[in-house]
Every structure is written in structure tokens, then in C-alpha cells.
Design a protein around this ligand. Structure first.
Ligand SMILES: Nc1nc2c(c(=O)[nH]1)N[C@H]1C(S)=C(S)[C@@H](COP(=O)(O)O)O[C@H]1N2
Ligand SMILES: [Mo]
Length: 339
């Protein structure tokens, strides 16, 4: 995510140059504690630390505590899309609680403790619920769904998520008739999340990270609570143990590591809107026709096989390709004003 101000945000998708790519590589090596001096490129490549760039497996130096998790393919949401390699989904992340560089979360969240966990569903509901770690995987039938993910920074991935419809969870809590919105909150734990303890690391966000949906958006079957991907439980950097995935909206709506879901009658505050309301709206529906104030949203850089910085540009799709499914939710709204 990008807002003008600190210089560390200047390495954005649209400005990546060979120099900045090289610098990025050096930063990753540094974080992994690998000496830069006098090290021939070939050696470091053999050590596996360049896997991010070659698209192979996870770097050996990062702990991987994921468990295997299988779920039947959803008949409805299993399109024939070429998948983003797992290594890139695991190592190219936005999770500012663990730092603002794409490579930070994989490194800094490696030992993030997600078991035990507790997520509360409360507010305007007749049956408030508290789910523990095991409930998250057992209470609702899981399925695998392949979704596009489109970040507001104009890059995209195709990800095989495992999870269940958010609607299942909300129905279980039995919403009251005056509930109109759903508010989400990420864990607040500065001891484990260095970005919450330091403005420098956490990008100056006011934590905890919060997000929100209108109730009818939240009840749409596409809105997913994800607990895994690529046949395993979520890695911490992807928002373990559970995160939201709203595929027709910009990625920042898909809040990670959720501890609270509250039904309300007022539009809840959302983190990026609060930080820069002129740049990030409450709705944040993917819209190729409404540019970000500082870059075009007409096309996107798809992150697939091959070099991370290779440019495979493709046109952005209205509602990220889910227009047929969700456009009716916004009938009569001016989507330029309510962006
Ligand atoms: N709590 C929290 N959730 C978050 C973010 C964050 O910084 N903190 N970043 C968002 C953004 S901008 C994107 S694009 C997606 C990225 O998800 P991924 O790293 O699993 O691909 O997570 C979203 N959820
Ligand atoms: Mo994003």
C-alpha cells in the first residue's frame, strides 16, 4: 500500500527499476542474515535465497509450521486460471504489522503464534460466538476456491484458497434486523507484531488494522473466510489462522489474522480509508475506470511463473472479474464517488 510521505514507500509497483530490483534482492539477503560481501551470485542462488525470484520453493532459512489441510474443490468457484506459484504467495505480501516491504512478513512473521486463537462474533447478533483454533477448521465445511486477488497497487495473483463462506459464520450468529454492516479487527499484539510496536516498521498505521463490509456484501457467497491455501493451513504472512477474502475488492479489504467480527448499524471505520480517504474508499471495488490519484488502475501486473519483476501486464477487470456475481449489490450507486 502506498501513500506519499516516507521515502520507503517510493519503491512501488509502477516504479520498479532494475536498480530497485537489485536493492530489493540485497535487502532480502540482509534480512536472511546472509553476508553480501564477496558472495558470488551463483552461491547465493544455490543457497535457495533467490527462490523468490526463480519461482521455486520456500527459502530453507524460513520456518514453515503449516499443517496439511485438504478440502474438496468448489464446483462453483473453480475456474481454469493459471495459479500464482506458492512460493510467491508466501513471500510477496502486504501485512504491515510485520513491516512494509513485500519480503518482511515472511521473515518477521515466521514464528507468529496462531494456536491457541480466539475470534469473537458479536454486536447486533442474537447468538454471539467465540471460535477457538480448532473450531475455525471444523465448524464449517471447507472447500477449495480459486480466486483472483487484485491489490490496489496494481499487481495481481490467482490463489487456491481453502475456507468457507463468511455468510455461514454470520448466519450462525443470527444477525438482528437492525444490523447493516460487519466490522472486522486484526489481532493487536505489539510483542509479536513489530509493526504495531514501531511506527517506522509498521508504516504509521493506527493499529489494530480494521475493515468493514455492508451486510449484504458480507452475505454474498463469494465473500470467503480463508483458513488455508495450496493444501495447507495459512502461513502467518498470509493472515493465519483466519482471514477475509473479498475477491471483487482491492486486496486491502481482505483483512488478516482476525480476532473480532462485529455486526453494527453504522459504516465501520477502515484502516486505509482513515489514513488516506482521498486514495482509498470504503467500497474499494476493483474498477479499471477509476484511477488511483497517483496511478492508473486500467491494467495490472500478474504475478505468475517466472521472475517476480517480469512484466506480464493484463487488463484489469471490472469487479476483478466478478461483475456478473456482484454488480447488483451496487445498483443505483455512483461508483466514481463511492470508490
Ligand atoms: N491486518 C492486515 N491485513 C491485511 C493487510 C495488512 O497490512 N494488515 N494488507 C492487505 C493488503 S494491502 C493486501 S494486498 C492483502 C495481501 O494478502 P497476501 O499477502 O496474503 O497476498 O492483505 C490485506 N490484509
Ligand atoms: Mo493491497
Amino acid at each position: 500500500m502506498l501513500i506519499r510521505k516516507p521515502s520507503r514507500w517510493t519503491l512501488n509497483e509502477n516504479e520498479a527499476t532494475p536498480e530497485s530490483v537489485y536493492q530489493h534482492r540485497r535487502d532480502i539477503l540482509k534480512k536472511l542474515g546472509i553476508a553480501l560481501v564477496g558472495m558470488p551470485i551463483a552461491t547465493s542462488a544455490q543457497a535457495g535465497v533467490f527462490d523468490l525470484f526463480s519461482g521455486n520453493k520456500m527459502t530453507d532459512s524460513i520456518t514453515d509450521l503449516r499443517r496439511s489441510l485438504t478440502a474438496p474443490e468448489s464446483s462453483r468457484y473453480h475456474p481454469d486460471l493459471s495459479l500464482t506459484p506458492e512460493s510467491k504467495i508466501l513471500q510477496y505480501n502486504n501485512f504491515y504489522e510485520f513491516g512494509t516491504d513485500k519480503s518482511d512478513p515472511a521473515v518477521r512473521a515466521a514464528n507468529f503464534k496462531t494456536d491457541p486463537w480466539s475470534v469473537k462474533i458479536d454486536g447486533l447478533v442474537n447468538k454471539p460466538i467465540i471460535l477457538g483454533y480448532d473450531d475455525i477448521f471444523k465448524k464449517f465445511p471447507l472447500e477449495e476456491r480459486i480466486y483472483r486477488l487484485r491489490c490496489v497497487e496494481a499487481w495481481s495473483m490467482n490463489i487456491p484458497w481453502i475456507g468457507f463462506s463468511l455468510a455461514d459464520l454470520i448466519k450462525h450468529a443470527d444477525p438482528q434486523s437492525n444490523a447493516k454492516y460487519v466490522a472486522f479487527e486484526t489481532l493487536y499484539d505489539p510483542k509479536q507484531m513489530p509493526g504495531q510496536a514501531s511506527t517506522r516498521i509498521g508504516g504509521g498505521i493506527d493499529y489494530p488494522y480494521v475493515e468493514g463490509l455492508r451486510l449484504d456484501e458480507a452475505m454474498h457467497p463469494l465473500a470467503l473466510i480463508s483458513v488455508g491455501l495450496y493444501g495447507r493451513t495459512l502461513a502467518p504472512q498470509n493472515g493465519a489462522p483466519l482471514r477475509l477474502v473479498v475477491p471483487w475488492k482491492y486486496g486491502f479489504k481482505s483483512i488478516k489474522s482476525i480476532v473480532r467480527i462485529t455486526l453494527t448499524d453504522k459504516e465501520p471505520p477502515t484502516t486505509w480509508n482513515r489514513l488516506a480517504p482521498q486514495e482509498y474508499g470504503f467500497y474499494a471495488n476493483v474498477n479499471p475506470k477509476v484511477d488511483h490519484p497517483r496511478w492508473s488502475q486500467a491494467s495490472e501486473r500478474f504475478i505468475g511463473e517466472g521472475n517476480l519483476f517480469s512484466s506480464r501486464r493484463q487488463p484489469s477487470l471490472s469487479f476483478n472479474g466478478y461483475e456478473k456475481d456482484v454488480a447488483h449489490l451496487y445498483k443505483g450507486m455512483d461508483l466514481r464517488k463511492q470508490f
